[in-house]
Design a protein. Structure first.
Length: 174
């Protein structure tokens, strides 16, 4: 599906709720972000300051192993004490030691699977086009809700499909 870049924000609620993306599991979180999702390594290091893995803050991307059904949440810097505490490798990270993701000691074999990815704040506009171009897995009700928010000419018949791989590119967004 090809859309104009002014429609990008119609996808933001999906990313805030979380979208399923097809991936190869058994790799590190860093490998997922850089190798599979094609996010530049320096962007991951410098721009994505807060990462949650299965609802726990993460500091070590290399030793966090992706499993089928894992939940990954990405955010740029968040304000206040909570933002400073959740920031990856931040000064206050020790305050969340009890809730931080424990390092995974066993890497599993690579296999096909999916993860649920959430994006917040500045990362929505910056990463959503890349993720959408790669493709997201949507349930029928998610697709229906999305199409209800798009202009009439972009709507398609949903038939009886239970799940669909939707790939979207935007003119004007690289």
């Amino acid at each position: 599906m090809q859309l104009t870049d002014d429609l990008l924000n119609r996808f933001f609620p999906l990313f805030q709720k979380g979208v399923a993306i097809p991936v190869v599991v058994g790799c590190s979180l860093k490998s997922l972000l850089v190798d599979q999702l094609a996010i530049p390594s320096d962007y991951v290091t410098d721009r994505i300051t807060t990462i949650f893995f299965n609802n726990s803050p993460v500091d070590d991307l290399e030793r966090t192993v992706i499993q089928d059904g894992s939940r990954v949440t990405l955010s740029a810097a968040m304000p206040g004490l909570v933002g400073a505490t959740m920031r990856r490798g931040g000064f206050y990270a020790a305050l969340r030691q009890g809730i931080s993701h424990a390092v995974d000691s066993v890497k599993t074999a690579d296999a096909s699977g999916s993860v649920r990815l959430k994006l917040f704040n500045l990362l929505l506009a910056e990463l959503a086009p890349t993720i959408l171009a790669r493709g997201v897995l949507l349930e029928r009700d998610e697709l229906y809700e999305l199409f209800c928010n798009l202009p009439t000419q972009t709507k398609h018949s949903l038939h009886d499909t239970c799940r669909i791989l939707l790939s979207v590119t935007f003119s004007g967004v690289q």
